[in-house]
Design a protein around this ligand. Structure first.
Ligand SMILES: Cc1cc2nc3c(=O)[nH]c(=O)nc-3n(C[C@H](O)[C@H](O)[C@H](O)COP(=O)(O)OP(=O)(O)OC[C@H]3O[C@@H](n4cnc5c(N)ncnc54)[C@H](O)[C@@H]3O)c2cc1C
Ligand SMILES: *[C@@H]1O[C@H](CO)[C@@H](O)[C@H](O)[C@H]1NC(C)=O
Ligand SMILES: *[C@@H]1O[C@H](CO)[C@@H](O)[C@H](O)[C@H]1NC(C)=O
Ligand SMILES: *[C@@H]1O[C@H](CO)[C@@H](O)[C@H](O)[C@H]1NC(C)=O
Ligand SMILES: *[C@@H]1O[C@H](CO)[C@@H](O)[C@H](O)[C@H]1NC(C)=O
Ligand SMILES: *[C@@H]1O[C@H](CO)[C@@H](O)[C@H](O)[C@H]1NC(C)=O
Length: 509
């Protein structure tokens, strides 16, 4: 500013110096930060679950107020965060609990002004098909004694083992607050815990814990039930998702008052994105001639089906925020070179059944129903069992004014429950509601994660589910992809896949 004002009144030499200064400044701007590149005009996001909606929010932060962001959704905003109504009250049917250290989810709730209701306690039992191998009591000390008696120090050691993994996992927030991004799910995992973490993707949680010298009895009776309730699978899932699952058995878990899906509707609104109700059918690469420069500009054409019929629209950047699985998304990639491969990873079918009724205590070997006080029942691996878990649930609203004695149970099972099975589990009931899911990947280590970068400016958020499927994982992936898309658009390659970030950021205080 000072240079410009003084230039006309100064001598020729000063004017020349000023011009030189301006030129060098200009030069350094264009080469150093590439701010001169045209910003993207339109970004398309496919899927309005927690991944797509939080991506819209992070994209807005990164790319500024002028870019148009469209979010396509074929069903309900929320996706796998959804509620089911039983006798006029709503219950979480999909993703339900959030860990106290899930910092992105926490931030969303605070920023959106949502609230978290008080949690009701309850007692848990682990059933093996014949009897309870473990029953919690309301006396805390007695639980500790029982754990020590049955499993020695395994329970305490597991707590420490999970804590150590969680500690490294938390590094992601530091990296992301410094804008670092990763181009593959494996690179992200490696940046958190090095080859130890990558190794966990290659073996089962069973093997991982055996190597860490946990007893097989402990794994079968305490770890398996947690895998069954959280992922509907056995201890043959990969070690990393297994550890995430064990962290999901920590205390202090929370959920959002009114339903977790409120985070998605809130984020969509906060991002000032356009929600488009329609099913994306295909994506195609298109080259457009650029006005004067004579160059071509690559765009992506999204074809979708809505109540207005079939339509197409062009985008600079595309984020796919749904599993690319024919039974879930069924999106055709047209004329990409090289072609986008087919990702055929199966997703685990899970049925959530809600039953308002009286549990049949004698089914669980308890002859006196008044003595049956458990409200969460986990199970061990047993081919005769037709369910994975059952537990009393509270509605997403007015959790505290639930009438005592009148309870709604949520049962997870691999298949729909038959009338006979319901009659075995319940001595009487008033209402049954069912929700079927293709819930999360069927894990089968060694895992090979699908790519995050599908094409120059086309990204796949749900690649991260190969590490672990959880709300926070989708939010982490959303922020990673928003950063990655931004860095790649402006060629800031020094912000992608950096080595030794943990060490470097330590000294950068
Ligand atoms: C029964 C169950 C229990 C769970 N429990 C927990 C838990 O306690 N804690 C936890 O953290 N996580 C839990 N999860 C996992 C968690 O719910 C998911 O990891 C997370 O919600 C995934 O979010 P997303 O946005 O990545 O995908 P989704 O929520 O699946 O969103 C994808 C969206 O894309 C839409 N879509 C798909 N194809 C198209 C198309 N062609 N055009 C337009 N739209 C399309 C879908 O309709 C959907 O809304 C659970 C999941 C299930 C199913
Ligand atoms: C995991 O297995 C894959 C093959 O599936 C292999 O390429 C990779 O090197 C293995 N990673 C580690 C850390 O052993
Ligand atoms: C588009 O949706 C309509 C109505 O939902 C349906 O009848 C039609 O078959 C769909 N078209 C395609 C190409 O999927
Ligand atoms: C996916 O869509 C194609 C047409 O685009 C259709 O032929 C095919 O049957 C669909 N597959 C599934 C599993 O819906
Ligand atoms: C309850 O469980 C017992 C034992 O499995 C079974 O015999 C009985 O039919 C079940 N149903 C009722 C309504 O008691
Ligand atoms: C960014 O990098 C690509 C290739 O790496 C190059 O073609 C393009 O010209 C670069 N863009 C800018 C603005 O520097």
């Amino acid at each position: 500013m000072a240079v410009r004002v003084s230039a006309p009144t100064a001598g020729v030499a000063a004017a020349a110096a000023a011009a030189f200064l301006l030129l060098t400044l200009w030069g350094s701007f264009s080469s150093a930060s590439q701010e001169l590149r045209r910003p993207p005009a339109k970004i398309g996001v496919i899927g309005a679950g927690i991944g797509g909606t939080s991506a819209a929010y992070f994209l807005r932060q990164r790319f500024g107020k002028d870019v148009q962001i469209d979010v396509f959704e074929k069903g309900e905003v929320g996706g796998r965060l959804a509620t089911v109504s039983v006798e006029g009250k709503n219950y979480e049917a999909g993703g339900s609990v959030i860990h106290p250290l899930n910092l992105h989810m926490k931030h969303f709730v605070n920023m959106l002004g949502l609230s978290v209701p008080a949690k009701q306690g309850g007692l848990m039992g682990i059933y093996n098909g014949d009897e309870f191998v473990f029953e919690e009591s309301s006396w805390y000390i007695w639980n500790i004694i029982k754990l020590l008696w049955n499993y020695g120090l395994n329970a305490l050691r597991m707590h420490m083992w999970v804590e150590e993994i969680l500690d490294k996992f938390m590094r992601i927030y530091r990296y992301q607050s410094h804008d670092y991004a990763f181009s593959t799910s494996e690179a992200l995992l490696h940046a958190l815990g090095g080859s130890d973490f990558l190794w966990m993707l290659n073996q089962t949680i069973d093997k991982s814990m055996q190597k860490a010298s946990f007893s097989q009895k402990f794994i079968n009776e305490m770890v398996t039930p947690v895998m069954r309730v959280n992922y509907g699978q056995s201890t043959s899932i990969n070690g990393f998702v297994g550890a995430v699952s064990l962290a999901g058995a920590d205390s202090g878990l929370w959920s959002i008052e009114g339903g977790n899906k409120l985070a998605c509707t809130g984020l969509l609104e906060a991002s000032k994105a356009h929600g488009i109700s329609g099913t994306v059918i295909s994506l195609e690469e298109k080259a457009r001639l650029e006005g004067r420069s004579g160059g071509t500009r690559k765009l992506y054409e999204v074809t979708y089906n809505s109540s207005m019929g079939l339509r197409s629209d062009l985008y600079d950047i595309i984020l796919i925020a749904t599993p690319l699985q024919r039974k879930i998304a069924n999106i055709t990639f047209r004329s990409f070179k090289p072609p986008i491969p087919e990702f055929s990873r199966p997703y685990q079918p899970i049925v959530a059944t809600f039953i308002h009724g009286q549990i049949n205590a004698s089914f669980f070997g308890c002859q006196d129903p008044s003595q049956f006080y458990l409200n969460a029942i986990f199970t061990t691996e047993n081919p005769n069992l037709f369910f994975n878990s059952l537990g009393v649930v509270s509605p997403v609203q007015n959790k505290m004014d639930q009438i005592l004695g009148s309870q709604v149970w949520k049962i997870f099972s691999p298949e729909s429950l038959t009338k006979e099975q319901i009659n075995l589990l319940f001595s009487s009931y008033d209402a049954v509601e069912e929700k079927k899911w293709l819930a999360y990947p069927h894990y089968n280590p060694p895992e090979k994660c699908p790519p995050v970068i599908l094409h120059d400016h086309m990204y796949y958020l749900n690649s991260i589910e190969c590490l672990a499927s959880a709300m926070e994982m989708s939010a982490i992936s959303a922020k990673n992809v928003a950063l990655l898309a931004h860095h790649r658009w402006y060629n800031k390659t020094d912000m992608i896949d950096q080595e030794d970030l943990h060490e470097r950021l330590k000294t950068e205080l």
